[in-house]
Write a protein that binds this ligand. Structure first.
Ligand code: ZN
Length: 206
């Protein structure tokens, strides 16, 4: 299957399947997650992400651990490392962002991933993170959280080398991508803002 077909199928999946299978769970307010309890915050996000977006792409079970380095996803091990200095919103965001790489890994073959531009992959992961976070019934995130999430992570891990080949995208674009995902999820898959197509489907050059 060529790359274009895969992208088409993925876009179709996001557009048609997400509203059906992704958003049917009715919110349960019986368990409210304490944003200051980092351990349970991470576990809740990973559990919920695997029930929604992870399930959609048949992602394998992922494990995570605390590390002192910047957060990372290790595809061959299905492993995520999260920095214990991240708390609250920035921890929620980095967890969802790294899980989004797991979604991408499950979605695209190695060959297709190699063809993709790193900045586009990262911005798509930011958008997916927004969809994951806004689809967790136990926690409410809103589009205004995007700026704070990105600001903390962006300045903390320093990704301001715009001409570096591994550049993750400007802070402005990252916030737009994340906000677009948060809006899409919050509207239960109904609302796609102007940036959804640019960042979320990965067609950044269109
Ligand atoms: Zn990333």
């Amino acid at each position: 299957m060529n790359f274009l077909n895969i992208k088409k199928i993925f876009s179709k999946k996001i557009i048609t399947l997400l509203p059906l299978s992704f958003f049917l769970a009715s919110p349960s307010y019986s368990e409210i997650v304490d944003m200051n309890d980092s351990e349970s915050l991470v576990q809740t996000i990973i559990d919920e992400a695997s029930k929604t977006m992870g399930k959609l792409v048949n992602a394998k079970k992922v494990r995570w651990y605390w590390c002192d380095t910047p957060p990372a996803y290790y595809p061959t091990k299905n492993l995520i490392c999260l920095n214990k200095k991240d708390k609250g919103l920035s921890l929620a965001f980095t967890t969802a962002h790294e899980y989004s790489h797991h979604v991408q890994h499950s979605l695209y073959s190695l060959k297709d991933r190699a063809k993709k531009n790193i900045t586009k992959v990262e911005l798509q992961a930011d958008c997916f993170a927004g969809i994951i976070l806004s689809s967790i019934p136990k926690i409410t995130f809103n589009p205004n959280d995007a700026d704070e999430m990105i600001a903390k992570v962006y300045y903390h891990y320093g990704d301001q080398e715009y001409d570096h080949e591994d550049h993750h995208g400007s802070g402005e674009n990252r916030a737009l991508a994340l906000r677009s995902g948060l809006r899409f999820g919050a509207s239960k898959g109904k609302f796609k803002d102007a940036y959804y197509k640019i960042f979320c489907t990965g067609d950044g050059d269109k």
